[in-house]
Design a protein. Structure first.
Length: 183
């Protein structure tokens, strides 16, 4: 059985939302706690949460991004290095409450060494994304400051396996997004 770690990227300021997304409560649960719970329920070990300084992370190993203004790439780099000796790393974004355990589990189960497994919601790709740490490092070399694996997926389409998953990959970026999700 491959050892799969999870990284929840949760260090952003939520500038368009007006507050850090990790602390937002949806359905009675903080988004950060929900993402950690989903990763644990899907069988990931360890579970890391890349967060801003001072953020409490029950159930996961906190990895503090001391300068989150550098963008998502900086958080991803910390996650890849912090995961330790694992076969694969699944990356989740804190602001996607529609991505649940079934989606994470399906993408992990579909992942194969040397490949990249990505959730597909209908015709749209979304998180989670699973690949070996070496491929995540390649993704980091190609990524812009506020990007993750997208450039690698575009550059190496022959490695990408899209996995049909249930859920909703929409992220919560603005107060309107949050209002729609809360309805």
């Amino acid at each position: 059985m491959p050892r799969v770690a999870a990284a929840v990227l949760a260090a952003g300021s939520g500038s368009r939302l007006g507050r850090p997304k990790a602390e937002v409560v949806v359905g009675g649960e903080r988004l950060l706690d929900r993402a950690v719970r989903v990763a644990r329920a899907a069988g990931c070990e360890p579970v890391l949460a890349v967060v801003r300084a001072g953020t409490s992370v029950p159930g996961a190993r906190a990895v503090v991004n001391a300068d989150p203004a550098r963008g998502q790439r900086s958080s991803l780099a910390l996650a890849v290095e912090g995961a330790g000796p694992v076969d694969a790393l699944v990356v989740l974004l804190v602001d996607t409450p529609g991505v649940g355990e079934a989606a994470v589990r399906a993408v992990i189960e579909a992942w194969r060494p040397g490949r990249i497994a990505v959730g597909r919601y209908g015709t749209r790709r979304g998180h989670p994304t699973v690949m070996a740490p070496a491929l995540w490092r390649e993704a980091l070399r190609l990524a812009g400051a506020d990007e993750g694996g997208r450039a690698l997926l575009a550059a190496r389409p022959e490695l990408v396996d899209e996995v049909d998953v249930p859920g909703d990959p929409a992220d919560l970026d603005t107060p309107d997004d949050l209002a729609r999700w809360s309805e």
